[in-house]
Structures are given as C-alpha cells and as structure tokens.
Design a protein around this ligand. Sequence first.
Ligand code: AMP
Length: 182
Amino acid sequence: MSPVPTSPNTSARSAGTEVFLAFGANKGDREAFCRFALDELKNGRFSIQKVSPLYETDPVDCEEGVPPFLNGVLQGVWKGSAEELLDLCQSIERQAGRPEKHSSRQSRELDLDIILFGQEIIRSERLTVPHPRASRRAFVLVPMNDLAPGARFPGLGKTVSELLRELPDPGSIKLYSANSRI
Ligand code: AMP
C-alpha cells in the first residue's frame, strides 16, 4: 500500500510554523500594552524567539491628531493554524481594551498583525498573509530588518532588507528603546 501523502502544512504545523508578528500601541501606557501583548502571546502558547527594539513612529493612514505609535516586531513559533493565531491576537487586543469594531484610522491600545506565516500565502475572509501593507511600511520593515533582514515575503519574492531599501518614503521612525524584551 502506498503511503498517504501528508501536506507540507501538516508536517510544518506539528513542528510549528515560523511567524513574524507586528505589534503597536498609541494610547495610554504604550510600553505596558506592548509588554502585555508579549506576555499574553506566551500565555497563549506562542513561543517567542526574538523581539525587536521598540520604535516611535508617526501615525500612517490615521485621523488628524492621532498620537505617535510605539511599534515593534517579534519572531516566534506557532503550533496551530493561522486562523487560530489570529483568534489569539484578536482576543489579546480586546483584553487590552480595544473594541471589537474599530476604525483603523483611530488610536488603539494594541494592534497585532500577522506579517508572515512561514512561507504561506493566505487569502481568506479574515486573513491576508503576508500582511498586505507590511511591505510598504517602515514601522514593520525597520524592526523586522533588525531581526531577520533575509526573511522573504512570499509572492513578492523579496527580502525584508530589499523591501526596506526600495521604500520610497520611510516617514518618521525613531529608535525608542533598544531593550530586546521591552
Ligand atoms: P487592524 O485594524 O489593522 O487591526 O485590522 C483588523 C482586521 O484585519 C481584522 O478584521 C482581521 O481579520 C483583518 N486581517 C487581515 N489580514 C490580517 C493579518 N495578516 N493580520 C491581522 N489581521 C488581519
């Protein structure tokens, strides 16, 4: 009898998938909300391997007068589906006080985005991965470049450092805290 073929996704998931998550906050105690995100991801069985420095960035595509963000990126391993990881991220955002329905142009206690999920390309009702705007945003590419300049965006076929070099206008982004664990 011939062996039952296993999909690459199934075997990858048992070992876990390498994931990059972007996090950001621009309301209240921004550092505390970022720390909260990391703690809750760990509690939710996301295995964090590396955390970038924190950067302070001017809001992009937000309402007038919205305060600056603290942003960072983390790299880790997730043993589950991308949708399950999105569920965890959204439950952490809500625990931080962010309303379920929320305009992306307003301030938020916490924003957690899945940037890369292994080398998978996902287009579902709830998820687009690689994150559709990440490759054009300095607040994602700069901290991600600190962690993994050679990480490749599937679909685009370009690495983080290549995308960063090609960014026409990085906007205002300043190192805020070099502490790797915030
Ligand atoms: P935001 O306001 O940027 O946090 O966007 C939240 C919405 O984006 C949610 O409805 C998610 O289902 C959707 N979404 C699509 N792709 C992603 C992704 N890669 N990471 C996080 N949220 C995503």
